[in-house]
Design a protein around this ligand. Structure first.
Ligand code: GLU
Length: 460
């Protein structure tokens, strides 16, 4: 049996890191087993779902590189499944369950139900439906919901692939709604019909849905459908060990993209939120994760989201990438004709793509520094006589001549040299920054050449 998994976002906002982690686990699991990964947009909550949000979520998934393999033919190869386009499927199953006496019409209004709940609460009973419409089953010309009858016998047990055996007593459940009076299915119902019809073999989703699973299993059983395997992935917590939320900083994937995180680093770090590699490797590409991913190595304990660790992982990717690979990604934030060369000089000091701009300020900006005039004259003479070095060798030759002409060495030589040419007292190695300044000023008229910089000091 080939593996089929799905990610089922509710399109009510951006994709957040928890959803992204669930999507990544599903994607890795599918790829590891040579299976199928699909997206099913759970958009039957009409008050909260929007097409704009769906588009954002799909963009975020694409940005992460989580391509899906399948969708309804009608919408073209890139359209995901949408529950709003499958309403007749749920209706057909609901009718079958009613014909078989497992589900029934419930005419109770929201106000009546609310009053019953209050009464149950006041009498110290569980807030279950009081079975009025189950007892006097009838067909009336009024709007009705379809309710599932939970028989009062025994337990429901699942063997969760992450959490082990979980058991519920049926009597604790109460009869629940499958289709609301507006004709739209509840989550618990549509998810089962879809997972069955889409032949999903493994339901990998957030832990918060564990409490829905027993109801879903009862529907599978009533329909004599195979129950898929379940794997409930733990919560993600903030550093204070409360559920990750906006209070902890950015939680949407696109916010991290905007802050200069790489998709590869996000996939790497989010994979580590709950999964660990068999050999302890912490920085890896997705091929590695595909090769080694298994649900057996997913930890049932909550994972703590550590923004500093994410930034560290991001830096590892930036440092390992070539300037040619980075340039197209950096261009979104900062674009100059000498970008690739600039990236190459500063990338080891950068943790996020957004930081290249400030790391390269010594090229784009120059505030005339306070440098000893006699010293600046010597640098000017040197640059006029020999030109600005364009290589490490030329730089070494310049340093030797400046040692001789100024009589300075060590810090006394390099600090004023750095100040005079970059305008700053810190930055990347001069052997690389000075040739960069030369070439940047040759291709970009807004960059002041090294000699022009020294002349500014002398003109003061
Ligand atoms: N639409 C649900 C959610 O966004 C997915 C539930 C599931 O995967 O079964 O949480």
């Amino acid at each position: 049996m080939s593996v089929r998994v799905r990610f089922a976002p509710s399109p009510t906002g951006h994709l957040h890191v928890g959803g992204a982690r669930t999507a990544i686990f599903n994607w890795l699991f599918a790829k590891h087993h040579g299976g199928t990964f699909l997206i099913r947009v759970e958009d039957t909550d009409q008050a909260r779902s929007t097409r704009e949000s769906e588009a954002m979520v799909l963009d975020d998934l694409r940005w992460l590189g989580l391509d899906w393999d399948e969708g309804p033919d009608a919408g073209g190869p890139h359209a995901p499944y949408r529950q709003s386009e499958r309403v007749e499927h749920y209706g057909a199953v609901a009718r079958e369950l009613m014909e078989r006496g497992i589900a029934y019409r419930c005419y109770c209004t929201e106000e009546e139900l609310e009053a019953k709940r209050k009464l149950a609460e006041a009498e110290g009973r569980p807030p279950h439906y009081d079975l009025t419409c189950w007892r006097n089953q009838r067909v009336e010309d009024k709007p009705f919901a379809v309710r599932f009858h939970v028989p009062d016998d025994g337990d429901v047990t699942i063997d969760d692939r992450i959490r082990g055996e979980v058991t519920w007593r049926k009597e604790s459940l109460g009869d629940f709604i499958l289709v609301r009076s507006d004709g739209l299915p509840t989550y618990n119902f549509s998810v089962v019909v879809d997972d069955h019809e889409m032949e999903i073999t493994h339901v990998i989703r957030a832990e918060e849905h564990l409490t829905n699973t027993h109801r879903q299993v009862l529907i599978y059983r009533a329909m004599n459908w195979d129950v898929p395997e379940f794997a409930h992935v733990s919560l993600i917590l903030g550093q204070d060990r409360t559920k990750l939320s906006k209070r902890h900083g950015a939680t949407s994937v696109s916010a991290y993209a905007d802050e200069g995180y790489l998709a590869e680093a996000m996939v790497n770090y989010l994979t580590l939120l709950g999964w660990s590699s068999p050999d302890g490797l912490e920085v890896f590409g997705r091929e590695y994760a595909v090769k080694h991913f298994s649900l057996d190595r997913v930890n049932p304990a909550p994972a703590v989201f550590d923004p500093q660790k994410l930034e560290w992982v991001n830096a590892q990717f930036i440092h390992a990438m070539s300037a040619a690979e980075l340039a197209p990604l950096v261009r979104r934030f900062f674009d100059v004709p000498w970008l690739e060369e600039g990236i190459d000089v500063v990338k080891t000091s950068v943790h996020r793509l957004t930081q290249f701009e400030s790391a390269l300020k010594f090229v784009t900006e120059y505030a005339t520094p306070d440098v000893d005039r006699a010293f600046a004259e010597k640098i000017g003479d040197e640059l006029r006589a020999h030109g600005t070095p364009d290589s490490a060798d030329a730089y070494q030759a310049m340093v030797e001549r400046l040692k001789a002409s100024t009589g300075a060495k060590g810090k006394a030589l390099f600090m004023p040299l750095r100040l005079a040419l970059t305008g700053l007292d810190h930055g990347p190695e001069l052997v690389r920054s000075i040739p960069l300044l030369r070439r940047a000023s040759e291709v970009d008229p807004s960059v002041l050449s090294p000699l022009a910089r020294v002349e500014r000091i002398l003109a003061r």
